[in-house]
Design a protein. Structure first.
Length: 318
């Protein structure tokens, strides 16, 4: 049962990366938009993420509640050891949401709306970086201290990789959901981002080998770790080829598989730990009586949440 909840947390992280992560990536493209079609690109970003960006954060809330409820000792240790990057991420999430709302629906002068737009874009860049560095800190052991664990070169590499992958997701989604020259802009951006992601991923693997050998060994352990890494590699190749042929629907599937494999690979490296070598699922303070009550709550919540999200996305597509 404990392992099932650990896996459920992993699925929640994948869902957040594929939905909320893509929203952060859209903010990155808002920041980088240039040229004559800057207005069209930003209008496309607003149109596509406006109906769903708030709903996508439900997966992050889901993960936090599960960790707090099922693994309270892990929740406490993560909060203590990674207080700074998690606080930065929280501030970024709040600023990003507020700025997007004020820019999209506010009645303020254009110069004030441009200010909100810059806050939205910069927050979209900083937040995934902080979240990724926090994840990297979990793998390094994250010793007590404001700047321990999450400031290592490996943690920074994980943060950069998270930011690039979120931007990749957004570019592919935007290319699939737009038309004409704007779709071409996002297609080229997606291919370029895929190329940039490769050396960053290689750098992260190298720093894992140098700084956290236990994580690296488990990351490439046969068979699960190797299969996941190969899935990420071939998913990246497939995404590039499908984008080159403008097969956007299939490219979206390929990039989803690629990013999901990267998250699963991180889980393989952790191998049942919340903080590597410090807190595992077996000593994280789980109480059996809590598990039985939570199972009913999770099942009931899924019956309400999943149909609502499916309906939301179907309405958005129409």
């Amino acid at each position: 049962m404990i392992a099932a909840y650990y896996a459920l947390i992993g699925l929640g992280l994948i869902a957040y990366a594929l939905t909320g992560g893509a929203d952060f990536g859209a903010g990155v493209w808002d920041l980088l938009s240039r040229g004559q079609r800057q207005g069209e690109q930003r209008a496309a970003i607003n149109r596509i993420i406006a109906p769903i960006w708030e709903a996508n954060h439900v997966w992050l809330i889901f993960v936090i509640v599960l960790v707090f409820t099922v693994f309270p000792r892990a929740f406490a240790q993560i909060g203590l050891r990674l207080h700074v990057p998690l606080t930065i991420a929280l501030i970024g999430i709040v600023l990003r949401g507020a700025a997007f709302t004020f820019r999209a629906y506010g009645l303020e002068p254009p110069e004030r709306q441009r200010l909100w737009g810059r806050i939205f874009a910069v927050s979209s860049l900083i937040t995934p970086l902080a979240l990724g560095m926090a994840l990297g800190g979990l793998a390094t052991g994250a010793e007590l201290g404001y700047f321990s664990g999450w400031t290592t070169s490996f943690a920074i590499a994980v943060g950069l990789l998270a930011s690039v992958l979120f931007a990749l997701l957004a570019a592919v989604y935007l290319a699939a959901d737009t038309q004409g020259v704007v779709a071409e802009d996002f297609r080229r951006s997606a291919i370029l981002t895929e190329v940039v992601a490769a050396p960053i991923a290689a750098f992260a693997l190298w720093r894992a080998y140098a700084e956290v050998p236990t994580f690296f060994t488990q990351l490439l352990a046969w068979p699960f770790g190797v299969v996941v890494q190969l899935s990420a590699f071939f998913g990246a190749i497939a995404t590039i080829l499908l984008l080159a042929r403008r097969r956007y629907a299939l490219a979206r599937v390929a990039v989803i598989l690629q990013v999901s494999a990267v998250v699963l690979g991180f889980g393989a490296g952790m191998r049942g730990d919340f903080i590597l070598g410090v807190v595992s699922i077996h000593d994280a303070g789980t109480r059996p009586e809590m598990l039985s009550a939570l199972s009913v709550s999770v099942a009931a919540g899924a019956c309400l949440l999943i149909p609502a999200l499916v309906l939301l996305f179907r309405i958005r597509q129409r």
